[in-house]
Design a protein around this ligand. Structure first.
Ligand code: FES
Length: 96
């Protein structure tokens, strides 16, 4: 795993927050006081997911994902690929 600096904590007011790292798209998720980075690639057939009305949705077949965990709301054993995020000196660091 490699560390990637995402940005300063104070710069993020809303979650899920879109993030780009090395030409790949993610969402920074907040679950109470913990954070995750979630891939924006749908685990079903690889379509990009988007945020709509605060929910993470894949519009190809309608799967919805929990905005705090990335777990599929209809098929709980499916979910977005997630990566750990921690805070160091006020900056979010992702391990990918
Ligand atoms: S590709 Fe996302 S629900 Fe089918």
């Amino acid at each position: 795993m490699r560390e990637f600096t995402i940005g300063r904590e104070v710069e993020f007011a809303q979650f899920p927050a879109p993030i780009e790292i090395d030409h790949s798209s993610y969402y920074l998720l907040k679950n109470n006081s913990t954070y995750l980075l979630a891939s924006r690639v749908c685990p079903h057939m690889g379509y990009p997911v988007d945020v709509s009305d605060g929910e993470i949705v894949c519009f190809l077949h309608g799967w919805n994902f929990d905005e705090k965990t990335g777990i599929c709301k209809h098929i709980p054993y499916e979910g977005l690929t997630t990566y750990p995020v921690f805070l160091r000196n006020g900056e979010f660091i992702a391990l990918i």
